[in-house]
Design a binder for this molecule. Structure first.
Ligand SMILES: *[C@@H]1O[C@H](CO)[C@@H](O)[C@H](O)[C@H]1NC(C)=O
Ligand SMILES: *[C@@H]1O[C@H](CO)[C@@H](O)[C@H](O)[C@H]1NC(C)=O
Ligand SMILES: *[C@@H]1O[C@H](CO)[C@@H](O)[C@H](O)[C@H]1NC(C)=O
Ligand SMILES: *[C@@H]1O[C@H](CO)[C@@H](O)[C@H](O)[C@H]1NC(C)=O
Ligand SMILES: *[C@@H]1O[C@H](CO)[C@@H](O)[C@H](O)[C@H]1NC(C)=O
Ligand SMILES: *[C@@H]1O[C@H](CO)[C@@H](O)[C@H](O)[C@H]1NC(C)=O
Ligand SMILES: *[C@@H]1O[C@H](CO)[C@@H](O)[C@H](O)[C@H]1NC(C)=O
Length: 670
């Protein structure tokens, strides 16, 4: 055995995101403003959100805090945390944003199509005769407008309130508002479906606004309009208390209907009124990088009607619900949510990126004291847990973590903003002294290695499933490398870090941990069993690590997806079997026979197999010759052809010493 040079590992670097105009998108970039979509240029989850003309609001697919569902929403483009101000498909989330789109249907309405091209939401406006487009405006209003003159508005989100009243919106009764007469809370802080609380203008004709429970029970009334304020809320008068009288509050009683108007002078002040899931109205302003609560009603949380449900008592002092004597809690944990949620969300702004901050005690409860271990990853053990509303989670207990709490929170909040259907979603974290934990969405079908190399009890993944897994992982990595705000190099791509959803959608796990674990990371990488076969040569050479290191590891995984075996195996006669080399040789011969996982039988698409083998071989070339993940995605999507690659130089050494020719006739026994 020769000696290897002692590895000197570089600090893993994070490169600022460089906007990459991928050729793939050439087709959809041809025209149109960044604030507009149309039938020709729909908005899908694989694209960047639309942004209003002066950049204040964004429109796109988003996931609410602690939700795994996707919605079309509007949020503040420049304020962290994707604070939603309007949601289109409140009752009908989609699960696959990449394949869903917001577009214009043949009848001119704005529609949301899911991955099976079914309409899940529509503006449902009748008798549209012109050609139309959708535009997100700088006041947060989404409009359906005449394509030839966008001042002609056929439908607008301002007439269809969600839980938020934005400045300029009119809430009232009668026809003035085109039908929208109430603000309706979300069901929970993570579910935009209509909840039990609403704000309406008295349908019986007075000028009072009511807060209602279940559409009938009044628990707050604004009082009548006095000419400059509402009688029960004098503090809301624009001249009282608000800075420089920037607010405008008005009530208009017209022939065609009446409405209240809440607005601001100029557009320097960013403010919103929201009816939250616990039945309170809150008015927030964005001041010095924080949401400041300016006003709320009712003042006491316990004054919300029926907050704790039937046969219960709400105690303001301790902020808790309890049962009347002789009754017991119907849904365990539901109440603690009411008050805990308030603490987390009060929309004290949550940690940047909208992650939930758990106390260690909470994590103990939700994992039943760490009783169900799912596995041991590179940086610590993973446990199964369950949030109060039943959502399953995977909790990772980080070990050997040496950074300070502050730095941990900063890194983690960046990871919280990473949202992609092929990346595991981080839901929250816990950092108490030396205890650092990460809370992730739970994947029922474990990781890819189990199906490729596991026992014969596991089902065989069909070729089309394998291809979708390869493509999904490529998309996830592409997003990490190029689409999110800071470039993230994964550094540890291997089948163990590719998790599978209930429908075998692949999700890359453990991204961002390399940076989080800093120096320890390189040590862990080289000592953890099973990782070394995926490491790019630059890890050994000690040169800088770039996104191309992930491309190399990804290529190694592709080979294993094809063969269903580890790339490196020792044969009985002690010679080493190295699958990538075999593929490289076979590709130059133009004959891929015998390479496939024998369990697949005839279930293969030879065009796709060749494509996968070619791109895999390109991925493990010298760093400069490796494709970007963007190119890999294009190749796998069949949009770009790829040449036969040369035998990678990194394999030369192996080739000199190997007896690869024997492989073709004799695969190693499993
Ligand atoms: C566009 O529509 C608005 C509102 O109807 C109208 O005032 C304006 O003149 C129209 N502009 C053009 C160029 O037709
Ligand atoms: C409207 O008036 C009717 C009849 O007086 C009353 O029963 C109802 O509760 C009132 N509705 C509201 C929302 O006050
Ligand atoms: C709300 O009211 C409806 C009828 O108006 C009733 O069927 C429903 O049970 C009520 N919801 C709750 C939570 O009490
Ligand atoms: C508002 O006005 C109506 C009718 O003018 C009256 O019945 C009601 O009591 C007033 N509300 C309050 C809170 O004073
Ligand atoms: C009231 O509605 C009628 C008919 O739709 C319309 O002609 C009129 O301009 C409206 N008046 C106001 C003040 O909006
Ligand atoms: C969890 O375990 C610790 C120590 O083993 C114990 O003190 C604590 O009471 C347990 N908590 C629960 C919820 O079981
Ligand atoms: C995958 O997950 C689904 C949903 O939990 C489950 O029904 C199915 O049995 C799982 N498949 C395998 C192979 O584990």
């Amino acid at each position: 055995m020769a000696c290897l040079r002692t590895p000197i590992f570089p600090t893993i670097i994070t490169v600022m995101f460089v906007i990459a105009l991928v050729a793939l998108q050439g087709a959809v970039l041809h025209a149109g403003a960044a604030d507009t979509f149309s039938a020709d240029q729909p908005l899908s989850g694989s694209q960047k959100p639309l942004v209003s003309k002066r950049g204040k609001f964004a429109l796109g697919f988003f996931q609410p805090v602690n939700s795994l569902h996707w919605y079309i929403g509007i949020w503040y483009n420049k304020i962290p945390g994707q604070v939603p101000v309007w949601v289109a498909n409140r009752n009908f989330p989609v699960s696959n944003p990449e394949l869903s789109s917001l577009t214009i249907s043949t009848d001119g309405n704005m529609v949301l199509l899911d991955d099976s091209r079914s309409v899940v939401w529509s503006t449902n406006t009748m008798a549209i005769t012109s050609s139309t487009v959708g535009v997100i405006l700088d006041n947060g209003n989404l409009v359906l407008a005449d394509a030839s003159n966008t001042s002609v508005i056929l439908w607008q989100s301002y007439n269809h309130f969600g839980n938020t009243w934005l400045p300029g919106g009119k809430l009232g009764r009668g026809e003035l508002n085109g039908g929208s007469t109430s603000i309706v809370s979300w069901k929970t802080f993570s579910d935009p479906a209509p909840g039990l609380f609403s704000i309406v203008l008295d349908p019986n004709g007075t000028s009072q606004f009511f807060l209602l429970w279940n559409s009938t029970q009044q628990y707050v009334t604004s009082g009548n309009w006095t000419g400059h304020s509402f009688s029960n809320m004098p503090e809301m008068a624009p001249t009282n208390g608000y800075p420089n009288s920037m607010y405008v509050l008005d009530y208009v009683d017209g022939a065609n209907g009446s409405y209240g108007l809440y607005d601001v002078k100029g557009d320097e002040l960013t403010t919103r009124l929201i009816l939250d899931a616990t039945g309170r109205i809150n008015v927030f302003t964005w001041t010095e990088s924080k949401w400041i609560l300016y006003w709320s009603a009712p003042k006491a949380q316990c004054d919300v009607y029926s907050l704790c449900g039937s046969f219960s008592v709400c105690t303001q002092g301790t902020q808790s619900c309890s049962c009347l004597h002789g009754f017991s809690e119907q849904y365990e944990g539901q109440w603690s949510q009411v008050f805990l949620m308030r603490k987390w969300f009060k929309k004290v702004a949550p940690v940047e990126g909208s992650l939930m901050a758990f106390r260690y005690r909470d994590v103990q409860t939700l994992t039943k004291n760490f009783s169900s271990k799912l596995g041991g990853g590179s940086f610590g053990s993973v446990f199964k847990g369950s949030l109060a509303e039943g959502t399953l989670v995977a909790v990772k207990k980080l070990e050997g973590f040496h950074q300070g709490e502050k730095q941990f929170r900063a890194e983690v909040s960046t990871l919280g903003t990473v949202r992609h259907v092929n990346l595991i979603r981080l839901l929250g974290f816990c950092s108490e002294r030396t205890r650092m934990l990460l809370v992730y969405e739970y994947m029922p079908n474990a990781s890819l290695d189990r199906y490729l190399f596991g026992s014969s009890h596991e089902p065989v993944l069909s070729w089309s499933t394998r291809y979708q897994i390869a493509l999904g992982v490529a998309r996830g990595l592409h997003y990490l490398h190029e689409r999110c705000r800071d470039c993230i190099i994964h550094c540890d791509i291997k089948p163990e870090n590719i998790l599978l959803s209930d429908t075998f959608v692949p999700k890359v796990a453990d991204f961002g941990l390399a940076k989080l674990m800093d120096r320890d990371f390189s040590r862990v990488l080289t000592t953890v069993r099973g990782t070394i076969g995926y490491l790019a040569p630059e890890w050994i050479a000690g040169t800088a690590i770039t996104t191309k290191a992930d491309v190399y590891s990804y290529g190694m995984v592709l080979f294993e997806i094809v063969s269903g075996m580890r790339n490196v195996r020792q044969r009985q006669d002690n010679t080493v079997y190295f699958f990538p080399l075999l593929v490289a040789m076979k590709l130059t011969e133009g004959n891929l026979k015998g390479l496939m996982d024998t369990r697949l039988g005839c279930d293969v698409d030879l065009v796709e197999v060749e494509r996968v083998c070619r791109i895999a071989c390109w991925c493990i070339q010298d760093e400069d010759s490796r494709p970007s993940m963007a190119t890999v995605v294009q190749v796998l999507e069949g949009l770009v052809d790829v040449n036969v690659p040369p035998v990678p130089r990194s394999l030369d050494l192996v080739m000199e010493q190997s007896t690869y020719m024997e492989f073709s006739s004799e695969l190693p026994s499993a």
